[in-house]
Design a protein around this ligand. Structure first.
Ligand code: GUN
Length: 300
């Protein structure tokens, strides 16, 4: 059996970021608008700090203004909501991202609801969730990870998935559910499977497009995969360190080497979908800035 294509997340992300930087330069030159992204972090969670730093850096590389607000862990919900209100009112800010998870005394849902839906570049506000569910993909801000995963599917299979079966394993609001909506909008026949699904391997074996977003290291084995399927692995899991190592290896939700012997194409972890998340965040911010300038937003 020929080995599958290893989908190159770095190249796919670079292609998106290249277009974003180009469109941003055009927006500055023709409309005098510099896209602005505000990133808010509350507390000192080390993984969140790394994500937020990479978002700010990428924004600057795209020619955006980046506004970073780092608040102490004991910040009150009222103070955070007041900051969001200021960012909503600031015309230099086109995108607002509040890094999740928030400390336990702050309601994620209340903060997300407070963000202006037209600056909600994460696509988490109920208005954007509703737009996507209603099939208004052009108006919605689509959550960045599924939007990036969908570009990888489109690069291989094209934009019309008519007649194809797609299975999404995982039902989170951030990945599983919006991914299913995007696949449905592309005419796939979609199943959302999860930890309570009966005979998960058999359900996965139906998939021409298999998306794994469960957070269980290497759970999806080679014999769960239909020969010739496109496999998108959204999981990022750190294994326990091996003897003598300080850190364990990063792996996805799919047993990558096994998948490569069966599938048509597979995204690796790391180096796959993860890189697309930040790229699409820049894409959403650029779209927001274009709209604010009264221009047709570019599609990614
Ligand atoms: N935490 C982990 N992923 C994300 C994301 O995509 N957006 C936000 N706001 N927080 C996150």
């Amino acid at each position: 059996m020929a080995a599958a294509v290893r989908i190159d997340g770095k190249a796919a992300a670079a292609a998106v970021l290249g277009r974003v930087a180009e469109e941003a330069a055009r927006l500055v030159a023709e409309a005098g608008v510099v896209p602005g992204l505000a990133v808010v972090i509350v507390g000192e969670d080390p993984a969140s700090q790394v994500y937020v730093a990479s978002k700010a850096k990428r924004a600057e590389e795209c020619g955006f203004r980046s506004f970073r607000h780092a608040l102490p862990a004991e910040t009150s919900e009222a103070d955070l909501l007041a900051l969001v209100a200021r960012l909503n009112a600031d015309p230099a800010v086109h995108g607002i991202l509040v890094q999740l998870p928030l400390p336990r005394h702050i309601s994620d849902a209340a903060v997300i609801r407070a963000i202006d839906p037209d600056k909600d570049v994460d696509g988490f506000h109920p208005v954007n969730v509703g737009r996507l569910a209603a099939g208004q993909t052009a108006e919605a801000f689509v959550p960045c990870t599924p939007a990036g995963a969908m570009i990888m599917v489109r690069d291989i299979l094209g934009s019309d998935l008519s007649g194809l079966e797609a299975v999404v394993v995982g039902r989170s609001n951030i990945v599983g559910k919006p991914m299913a909506q995007l696949l449905l909008a592309a005419n796939a026949t979609v199943t959302i499977a999860h930890s309570r699904t009966k005979d998960l391997p058999a359900v996965c074996r139906r998939a021409d497009v298999l998306v794994a977003a469960v957070g269980r290291p290497e759970m999806i084995r080679g014999d769960w995969i239909k020969p010739g399927a496109v496999v998108i692995d959204v999981g990022i899991n750190r294994l326990p360190p091996e003897a003598g190592a300080s850190k364990g290896r990063l792996v996805g939700d799919v047993a990558f080497d096994e998948a490569m012997t069966v599938a048509r194409a597979v995204t690796p972890v790391p180096g796959g979908v993860g890189l697309m998340t930040v790229a699409l965040l820049m894409g959403n911010t650029l779209r927001s800035a274009a709209r604010a300038a009264g221009r047709e937003p570019p599609a990614f």
